[in-house]
Design a protein around this ligand. Structure first.
Ligand code: GLN
Length: 472
């Protein structure tokens, strides 16, 4: 696996060209085709952009660390005039009429998009098995899932096709596949990155973020894509910063909160031991470990699945077979057109969630489920607020154990939902999180998740990088 930094150094020393990097990336995508990480590959476009990047560098006009570097983006991110399917049959032939802000910013920084990556349909899932285009395979162990829903982006990085990629995270979809495939994945604070051009799953939870082979590269990508956007009113007006500014600060004197509820029943013993060993290493470096409590955290998964499905049922009502997307050829009457197009166009998991979401929003159940879930969301957010009064960052597992065995998501969807236990609470509270492997090179990777205070990504990245250096 190459990092952005490695590749940029090679470009600067004229050891390689952007054109060669893109060609190598395309060759690796072809070689690893059986992993099914990509839905479409943009060879021609990417090679043209590489020539332009090489010319810029020759003219002394390089745009910085991302210029001429190959990257991949999840297929729920719009890129003008390219296929954007969200892993669904309903969008099988949809060409995006515009480019997502985060993607545009990456391109403005000179990054070159080589392909659109495979994903759970509409980002609903934790296994990357529910795509209309087939399941994504985990390069480390093909009997295990690569995690989801941004499994294609994680695998594209883990299998050396690209040094970095974008994913989206509604309840863990960047952090979980990163943990399952041994790469670094980050979900920024809600509002840090514009969602304009991201095909919506659950708008109050969705956030775009980077995958990379190391923490610094995630900081580089985040610095490029973040910031206010007039197309997305939920973006924060805070000025964009250089997120690598605190890297190298170390952990001396940093207080690490350890939620007692997270290291209890339900966490695989060897996973727990690996994370505790990592925390002990940090303690030796001068960090202070402090037990904290998040008393309402056990309700996170249930409230998440009520809120996420409620928002999804509303967001996905736009796919009606009329305006764009799949239209059933069988339909004769208007109602049939809606019902048949949606029944034939959406997969099973998406239909399950639309039904669940419509149910919790229906009159008679709205107060009992949706309103109640919103109240729990507030309590969980307050738990974190209180915890952060006495610590700088919070440590947590990313997954309850090894990645699920292939097939579990359809045979036992509940087991899949429960595997979201450590990730969804950050989306409910809008907090930033990053996961990185902490047993590098030793079998299936274990991801440690760091949770930060809102908009304090620089501090979060700094602790993550200190961890990275200790577990190398
Ligand atoms: N596994 C969660 C879900 O299926 C999260 C998915 C995501 O983050 N997009 O809702």
């Amino acid at each position: 696996m190459f990092s952005i930094q490695d590749l940029q150094n090679k470009l600067l020393s004229n050891e390689t060209s952007s054109k060669k990097l893109i060609e190598a990336s395309l060759t690796q995508i072809e070689k690893t085709k059986s992993l099914n990480a990509f839905i479409s590959v943009l060879s021609k476009r990417a090679l043209e952009q590489a020539e332009a990047a090489d010319k810029r560098r020759a003219d002394g006009k390089s745009k910085g660390p991302l210029d001429g570097i190959p990257v991949a983006i999840k297929d729920n991110l719009c890129l003008e005039n390219t296929l954007t399917t969200a892993g669904s049959k309903i969008l099988e032939n949809f060409n995006a009429p515009y480019t997502a802000t985060a993607v545009q910013r990456l391109e403005d920084a000179g990054a070159i998009i080589v392909g659109k990556t495979n994903m759970d349909e509409f980002a609903m899932g934790s296994s990357s098995e529910s795509s209309f285009f087939g399941a994504v395979k985990n390069p480390l162990d093909e009997s295990k899932v690569p995690g989801g829903s941004s499994g294609g982006s994680a695998v594209a990085v883990a299998s050396g096709c690209v040094p970095a990629a974008l994913g989206s995270d509604t309840g863990g979809s960047i952090r979980q596949p990163a943990a399952c495939t041994g790469v670094v994945g980050m979900k920024p604070t809600y509002g840090r990155v514009s969602r304009y051009g991201l095909i919506a799953y659950a708008s109050s939870l969705d956030q775009i973020g980077p995958f990379g082979t190391n923490v610094k590269d995630c900081a580089t990508i985040l610095s490029a894509i973040c910031g206010e956007d007039s197309h997305d009113n939920t973006t924060s007006a805070r000025p964009c910063e250089d997120f690598s500014k605190k890297l190298g600060e170390g952990v001396q004197g940093k207080v690490i909160g350890i939620p007692k509820e997270y290291f209890a029943e339900g966490l695989d013993a060897s996973c727990k031991a690996t994370i505790e060993n990592t925390l002990a290493l940090l303690e030796k470096e001068g960090a202070v470990l402090k037990e904290i409590s998040l008393p309402h955290i056990s309700y996170a998964v249930s409230s998440y699945y009520i809120i996420a499905t409620a928002e999804a049922s509303s967001n996905l009502s736009r796919f009606d077979g009329v305006r764009y997307g799949y239209r059933s050829p069988e339909a004769r009457k208007l109602f049939d057109l809606y019902a048949k197009s949606r029944s034939e166009g959406f997969g099973k998991e998406v239909q399950r969630r639309i039904l669940l979401g419509s149910y919790v929003l229906s009159s008679g159940f709205y107060d009992a489920y949706y309103v109640q879930a919103q109240k729990v969301r507030r309590l969980i957010t307050d738990d974190f607020k209180k915890a952060f009064e006495s610590c700088d960052v919070i440590a947590s597992p990313t997954m309850p154990g090894e990645p699920l065995a292939c097939g579990t998501s359809s045979s036992d969807p509940m087991a899949m939902y429960l595997s979201d236990i450590y990730t969804v609470s950050l989306n409910l509270s809008g907090l930033p999180g990053i996961t990185l492997p902490c047993n590098s090179g030793k079998g299936i990777p274990v991801g440690i998740q760091w949770i930060g205070k809102p908009f304090e990504e620089s501090a979060l990245l700094s602790v993550a990088q200190a961890t990275e250096q200790l577990v190398k």
